[in-house]
Design a protein around this ligand. Sequence first.
Ligand SMILES: [Zn+2]
Length: 398
Amino acid sequence: MSLLLTGITELTTNDPARGDGAADPGDALLGIVRDAALVVSADGEIEWVGPAAQAPDADDHRHLGGRAVIPGFVDSHTHLVFAGDRSAEFAARMTGTPYDGGGIAVSVAATRAASDDDLRARVAARVAEMRAQGTTTVEIKSGYGLTLDDELRSLRIARELTPHTTFLGAHVVPGEYATQRAAYVDLVTGPMLDAVVADGPTSLAESIDVFCEPHSTHAFDGDESRTILEAGRAAGLALRVHGNQLGHGPGVRLACELGARSVDHCTYLRDADVDALVAARGTTVATLLPGVEFSTRSPYPDARALIDAGVDVALASDCNPGTCYSSSIPFAIALAVREMGMTPAEALHAATAVSARSLGLDRRVAPGQPAELAVIDAPSHLHLAYRAGVPIVRALDL
Ligand SMILES: [Zn+2]
């Protein structure tokens, strides 16, 4: 049964060619169609997009009651596979304890101790929580196992919920390797990586990631990060990098040099880093994670400067138990607009089209694309940031 959707006050298509030609630059960026309609096929594919007045017939019809429809959010950076509770660490940080990456060990211990079923239920609940806030596509990293078996288990559980899984054995050096860093890098690039790709390069993980952060004694320096990323690339994985989160460092330039799909955080950038991101446009996206700066009371990255320089900027949640236990992309959008100088249109585009591109996806609302959509209980996308904290957006169940 094909389905005709009407009652759409404003449709964001992310397809500038499809927009109804408004002079507003935000409308042009988002390819806005007003008084729109959509036809979705029985197998969930978009068949037709355009003004409601020109809509064709379909087998079934649903009126959305005068709401805005947007592409579902693509959360391209999450760490959902974990057990344990670090709320006390958050409370301590709010009263002055600095963050240095060390708390990850708490989640590692709890995750290793959890049963498969417990871990699976926790991850599924988090994905459902995201869907209830408009996220239809999610990337999930491993990285709280840090043994061969626990990393594989994390990836298998994540893979049950999304094809966009990322091997993050190089999240931190686990405590048992604290005095043998080189041996841990050998484990990640040898037996762990071999096991991840044993059934084919993308059977368990689509990408490899590394926490490149010389300012944390638990994370990896530039040389270690290069070794890990080059090994992942040789094994057939796409590259992602946590870079320049806690201070200036080599992560952004390394990601750009190696053709990573995304370098994430980008909180501390020098001109050379911005130049590298501009040169890597079309290949490497800068994924900003403002929920982390909010939750760690840190300075926000300068999104305005990056966009003005011509960098591809994405937004994601970084949902994780330590530095940002928020799964909310609307919250990230509100922070991007309020704290980082992004326009509402740029923020929505960053959390859909650009974050999708960092996962190798096309997130336009166009014929032939999957109908991964979200609906807003408001007449326009402006309400996402305007009504911060109010649950007005959710994935559209067809
Ligand atoms: Zn992260």
